[in-house]
Design a protein around this ligand. Structure first.
Ligand SMILES: [Zn+2]
Length: 406
């Protein structure tokens, strides 16, 4: 099987020697190397590769005698979060090429076009909007807004794209390309450890939980840490801290997830009571009603904490993504194809967003998960066992055989 050599060839690209994590950000030299790897891998397999107008990569197994124009597409993304793991994204792309090799080894050929895709800026690590390439393709973000997104250094997405040799004027929806896609199946490392608990190497996605981001700003009064009596303080940090803990408790009560992973403090001095603290709440729940109840619960407790500490609270919803139910017919077909190949694949939900979730508004999409023994993701410690990766290739090949070769 070609998986191991393909995996090894991609592994060194964009890896930071100090942390062992990956820094594969869009339109950087590491990204250019990933793109070169994609084109070389496609060329070795006589697949016709190109970049679409949004910087997404496609490698086509053309079928001139196709019984249908509707292509079967598989893939994922090659970019990473800061110091991300090796598997999140690349596992789906490498497995896609390896599955095509396995089809050919078995003497199988598609009766409709089959393609491997790698979507641009999936993590949003450089320009702040996750799944940017698929959102542009699927008309889920205004191209003018995408062009103007900036990275931490002030470089716009348009400027970065231009410097990498792509024309940002062409950014935008591509209904023609999407109309030619009959199904999209993304294989991804599991970002959790449900499969480990079920003793299964492969899972099939049921739905993506609805999720969103809220910004909460507590404003009090800056003052001297050494001379202001405790009773005289209006310290926004105390209300923010209470809210962080409240979010955790609320998540547990609602059977959901809530995280405060970012806060900014003004003025941010060691010896001063802060004037304001802004926190960002990331909330995810099995359904919209529970997400709303969770966020209302956190906001109520944040208001109570603000009053208790004599500070004000402003809050804003920055984004909400509705639940995505993957196509039920495709999901059932995938489960059946896997069962026929002798692979038991439980169906499970996920709290993480993916390109497959964005594309689900336009095309039937489905996802396969590969077991992650510790559940750790977005970290250099992210891992899948080699045997499970090979089962992933077999599983994807079984699904592609069913969808594209019969
Ligand atoms: Zn991913």
């Amino acid at each position: 099987m070609s998986f191991a050599s393909l995996w090894e060839s991609l592994l060194p690209i964009g890896r930071d020697a100090g942390t062992g994590g990956y820094r594969r950000y869009s339109w950087t030299p590491a990204d250019a190397e990933c793109r070169r790897w994609f084109f070389e891998t496609a060329a070795e397999r006589n697949l016709r590769a190109d970049a679409d107008r949004n910087g997404n990569l496609w490698a086509w197994w053309d079928v001139p005698w196709a019984d249908s124009e509707a292509a079967v597409v598989t893939g994922s993304h090659l970019d990473s979060v800061p110091d991300g793991g090796a598997y999140d994204g690349p596992l789906g792309v490498v497995t896609a090429f390896a599955a095509i090799d396995l089809l050919r080894e078995r003497g199988l050929a598609p009766v409709r076009p089959l393609a491997v895709a790698a979507f641009c800026e999936e993590e949003g690590a450089r320009f702040g909007v996750a799944c940017l390439g698929s959102r542009l393709l699927a008309d889920a973000i205004d191209p003018a807004r995408a062009r103007a997104l900036t990275d931490a250094g002030g470089t716009t997405f348009a400027a970065a794209m231009t410097a990498a040799g792509h024309d940002p004027a062409a950014l935008g929806p591509d209904p023609g390309l999407l109309a030619g896609v009959g199904a999209y199946v993304e294989l991804h490392i599991e970002q959790g450890c449900a499969l480990a608990g079920m003793d299964a190497a492969i899972g099939v996605a049921e739905r993506i939980w609805p999720h969103g981001r809220w910004r909460l700003t507590f404003t009090g009064r800056a003052d001297h840490a050494g001379t202001t009596r405790l009773g005289d303080r209006r310290d926004p940090m105390l209300a923010a801290a209470a809210t962080v803990l409240a979010a955790r408790g609320a998540a547990a009560r609602h059977g959901a997830l809530a995280t405060v992973g970012k806060l900014t403090v003004d003025p941010g001095a060691v010896n001063a009571i802060s004037s304001s603290v802004t926190t960002w709440l990331d909330a995810r729940a099995p359904d919209e009603a529970r997400l709303r109840a969770l966020v209302d619960d956190v906001l109520t407790q944040a208001r109570t904490a603000a009053v208790a500490h004599g500070v004000t609270l402003d809050h804003a919803q920055e984004s909400v993504t509705q639940a995505v139910d993957f196509d039920a017919a495709l999901r059932d077909r995938m489960v059946a194809a896997l069962a026929a190949a002798g692979i038991r694949a439980p169906v499970l939900p996920t709290g993480a967003g993916h390109d497959a979730g964005v594309l689900a508004a336009w095309v039937p999409t489905g996802m396969l998960f590969v077991r992650n023994p510790t559940g750790v993701s977005h970290s250099p410690a992210e891992h899948a066992e080699p045997g499970d990766c090979l089962t992933g290739v077999t599983a994807l090949a079984a699904v592609l055989t069913d969808l594209a070769c019969s």
